[in-house]
Each structure stands twice: as structure tokens, then as C-alpha cells.
Design a protein around this ligand. Structure first.
Ligand SMILES: [Zn+2]
Length: 490
């Protein structure tokens, strides 16, 4: 084994990477951690003034390397997800659009339109072409929050490739924990972009996990509701989604406490709506008892944790007041259950704190406690004036009163008590093998549409709705997924 990294000390975790005691057993087993990183990820740029900055992933990686955490885990460069991989969740026309749109194509279509308007009264082919392009931008919600930028599709491929690769690693039993900080893009929908997200790498990763695991738990601690993932699995009990988020006059507007799933998925979606100023203690007081109950009752065979860092204190778009330690406590707790764990990024718009948070969470995953003083690194000047790993919460009011929190906890524990213990789901021991390559390109759009609850008739019992993800589990991934990744030097 490699020597303990020089910058890593502390006594809360042994430097040998021993795990935490779990509720089930006092274990001291070292976790095998695989970390996916695409070296070009930091070069993608959403545009001037846009809060989403892929550069933060490179900053986090830089801290990881300067803390020598890379010596304690396997570093993998993800295979880019193919269009066929992405179509396992997203519609064909949306994926075609993402794969073809570029800033140049947009500019060309705009100028073609301008000349067509000058030449004729709107009947020309180029004008029609532009209209169809403009229509597609609107239809797929691409343009403003979700702009067209240079390399957009490659960015999506890297993000999704990391999460699919992470699932393959866990499926093969090659890792206990698989990390992809470029993933966690939870707002993307089957047919449209949303909230800076284009391709839902989480849904794709969960679909891959479902090939080998009967039940998958998804936990989301981004300040925004994990709407895209919840919607994808709203009618199935094979995936349970749990989202902690700010609710009320806040994007995306979904995630009411009474939204609990539908049909076979009823009570397999859990929403924890919160107010501004959530601090470490309040968050922990909800997270630990709720997740403990979920783990006991649902007994997932794999867990996916979305670690959106916009729930940290001082986030440019968020309104919570978590410290890095409080945020990472969620990972620490889930890790203690010794269930295969995928750890993903997400939001996070004060990028120096995002880098701090994801670096510290990488350390928690491998089981070491890094020194608070930051090692010198390429982005050192971002971390002034204190140059520390940890951040202090802000002096702000916690608008979540003790009685509110207690009500939420009790209501959700009551929801959980309505779940049957460990749902037995139809499951084949091995997923069907894809024999012909054509089958991989099976068109999701020709299948029955997902039936999603529209919020009406909350208590009605309509048990005839079929889980919508069942059909999504048939296709096997491309052969290169058998390895899940390419080795890369950090
Ligand atoms: Zn967010």
C-alpha cells in the first residue's frame, strides 16, 4: 500500500483508510475507491457571467492531488458516453439535437434566416430551416439557463460517461465507492435541458446499477430539488429517491412534502422541503434519522449520493448555511452502511467552496482526515485570505424552526412506516445479453410514455401504472463498458 500522504493527518480516521463503524457491524475494512476524472473537463465554459463553471471540478481535483489523496484510490478517465448510451433515458430527437448543435451552427442558422427574410417573405428553405432550429431550441429548453457552448455534447458525454463508468465499477464489485464530481446533473429531463443540466448522468448511472441491483437508493443534498431523477423513477419501487432541498419560491418549484411517488412507486419518493439558513445541526437532525429509517426499511443494494455543493454557506445561488464538515457528514453516514456507493457532484456556484467540499468528501470516501491548512496548489489564490480547507458558516438566521423540523421529520417517518419492508421486485439474476448491435439502439420513444403523476388526486389508488424504468433496463451497454474506464495518470 502507498505510504500515508504527507499532508494527511488527524486522528478521527486512521491513516490506513479504515472505514467507520457501521450500524450493522464494527468494521474496519478499507474501502476501495475509484475516482473518475476527465482532464479536459475544466476547459468547458458555459459563457460569460454564467454561474455554472466546470473549472470547479479541476480545482477540486487539484486539491485532491496536492493532498495526495490520489494515492489512496484508483483514478480513471471515463469513456465518453455514446449517443446510444444517452438514449437509454433521453429521447432520440433530443440527443440528436445535443449532438449536432454548436455555437457555429446557431450563428449560421441565424444569419441564413436574416438573409432569407431580406430576400423573400418568409417562404425560403433557409428561413424554414431557421424556424425549425429556433423551434428546437425552445422545445428542448436550450438557450438561456442552458446555453449552447463549445463542446457541449462532449461535456455531456464526459459527465455521463463518468457516472455510467462508476456504476460499472460498482456492478463488477471492483470498487466499494465510485466518485464522479462531473456528474450529479439532476435537473435534466428525458426530452429537455433544465437548470444548467442537459444529460441526466444520474438516471443513466442508476439504470446501469439496476442491471445488477434489485433496489437502488438515490439521495440528493443539492439545495435544489432533484426533480429529473425523481420524475424518471416516480412510478417504480426499484429506485427510491430522497431529496433535501429549499422549497418555496425557488427553482425548480417541485419537491413538496406530499409528493411521494405514484402507482408502484408510491412512498418510494421522499421530499424534505426546507427553508433558508439550514445549518449543520438542523440538517444532521433530519438526515441521519430519515436515512437510517430508509436504509432499514428499503435495504438498497446500491446507493447514489448527489453532493450538490450549492447547499454550502455562502453559495452564489443557494441559501443554506452548511459547513463543508456538515455537508460531508451525509457522505460519512451513508458510507458507514457498507453498501456500494456512487458519489456525484451537482450544483455549487461559489467555486472555491465547491473545490474545498469535494476535496474533503474525497478524503472522507477514502477514510482520511486532511489537514485544514491547504497545500500549495495551482489555484492557491482562490482560497485566500485564510487558505484553509474548511469554511465557517455565515451569521444568518435559520428560518427552519425546531418545531418545523420536528413536523417534517415526523411526517416523513410516518410516510416511511407505510412502506413494506424490502419490496420484492421481479428481477432476473442476470440482465439479458444484447446479441445484436441494433438492439442497443432501441428507440425509447416508440415505447409507452412514462405515466407521471400531475399532482392531482394525491390519495387515489391507481395501481395499474407500470414502472417506467422497467423498459429502460433491457439494453446492455457497449462492449467497452466491460472495463468501465480507461486508466489515467492523475
Ligand atoms: Zn442546485
Amino acid at each position: 500500500m502507498p505510504a500515508s500522504p504527507s499532508a494527511v493527518g488527524g486522528d478521527a480516521y486512521s491513516a490506513s483508510g479504515s472505514s467507520l463503524p457501521s450500524p450493522a457491524a464494527l468494521d474496519a475494512r478499507k474501502r476501495r475507491v475509484t475516482y473518475f476524472y476527465e482532464p479536459s473537463i475544466g476547459d468547458y465554459y458555459y459563457g460569460q457571467g454564467h454561474p455554472m463553471k466546470p473549472h470547479r471540478i479541476r480545482m477540486a481535483h487539484n486539491l485532491v492531488v496536492h493532498y495526495s489523496l490520489h494515492r489512496l484510490m484508483e483514478i480513471c478517465r471515463p469513456f465518453p458516453a455514446s449517443a446510444a448510451d444517452i438514449r437509454r433515458f433521453h429521447s432520440e430527437d433530443y440527443v440528436d439535437f445535443l449532438a449536432s448543435v454548436t455555437p457555429q451552427v446557431l450563428a449560421a442558422s441565424a444569419s441564413a434566416s436574416a438573409s432569407a427574410v431580406n430576400v423573400a417573405h418568409g417562404g425560403g428553405a433557409s428561413h424554414q430551416y431557421e424556424s425549425s432550429y429556433a423551434r428546437q431550441l425552445r422545445r428542448f429548453n436550450v438557450g438561456e439557463d442552458c446555453p449552447v457552448f463549445e463542446g457541449l455534447f462532449e461535456f455531456c458525454q464526459a459527465s455521463a460517461g463518468g457516472s455510467i463508468g462508476a456504476a460499472v465499477k460498482l456492478n463488477r464489485g471492483d470498487a466499494d465507492i465510485a466518485i464522479n464530481w462531473a456528474g450529479g446533473l439532476h435537473h435534466a429531463k428525458k426530452c429537455e435541458a433544465s437548470g444548467f443540466c442537459y444529460v441526466n448522468d444520474i438516471v443513466l448511472g442508476v439504470l446501469e446499477l439496476l442491471k445488477f441491483h434489485k433496489r437502488v437508493l438515490y439521495v440528493d443534498i443539492d439545495v435544489h430539488h432533484g426533480d429529473g431523477v425523481e420524475e424518471a423513477f416516480y412510478t417504480t419501487d426499484r429506485v427510491m429517491t430522497v431529496s433535501f432541498h429549499k422549497y418555496g419560491d425557488f427553482f425548480p418549484g417541485t419537491g413538496h412534502i406530499k409528493d411521494v411517488g405514484f402507482g408502484s412507486g408510491k412512498y418510494y419518493a421522499l421530499n424534505v422541503p426546507l427553508n433558508d439558513g439550514m445549518d449543520d445541526e438542523s440538517f444532521r437532525g433530519l438526515f441521519r434519522p430519515l436515512i437510517l429509517k430508509v436504509m432499514e426499511i428499503y435495504q438498497p443494494e446500491a446507493v447514489v449520493l448527489q453532493c450538490g455543493a450549492d447547499s454550502l454557506a455562502g453559495d452564489r445561488l443557494g441559501c443554506f448555511n452548511l459547513s463543508v464538515r456538515g455537508h460531508a457528514d451525509c457522505l460519512r453516514f451513508l458510507r458507514s452502511f457498507n453498501v456500494p456507493l456512487m458519489v456525484l457532484g451537482g450544483g455549487g456556484y461559489t467555486i472555491r467552496n465547491v473545490a474545498r467540499c469535494w476535496c474533503y468528501e474525497t478524503a472522507v470516501a477514502v477514510g482520511v482526515e486532511p489537514e485544514n491548512k491547504l497545500p500549495y496548489n495551482e489555484y492557491y489564490e482562490y482560497f485566500g485570505p485564510d487558505y484553509t480547507l474548511h469554511i465557517e458558516p455565515k451569521n444568518m438566521e435559520n428560518k427552519n424552526s425546531q418545531s418545523d423540523l420536528e413536523k417534517i421529520r415526523n411526517l416523513l417517518l410516518e410516510h416511511l412506516s407505510r412502506l413494506q419492508h424490502v419490496p420484492s421486485v421481479p428481477f432476473q439474476d442476470r440482465p439479458p445479453k444484447t446479441e445484436s448491435p441494433e438492439e442497443e439502439d432501441d428507440d425509447m420513444d416508440r415505447r409507452p410514455q412514462c405515466q407521471l403523476w400531475n399532482g392531482v388526486g394525491y390519495d387515489s389508488e391507481q395501481e395499474d401504472v407500470k414502472p417506467c424504468c422497467g423498459d429502460m433496463m433491457e439494453n446492455d451497454s457497449a462492449d467497452h463498458r466491460k472495463n468501465g474506464s480507461m486508466a489515467v495518470s492523475p
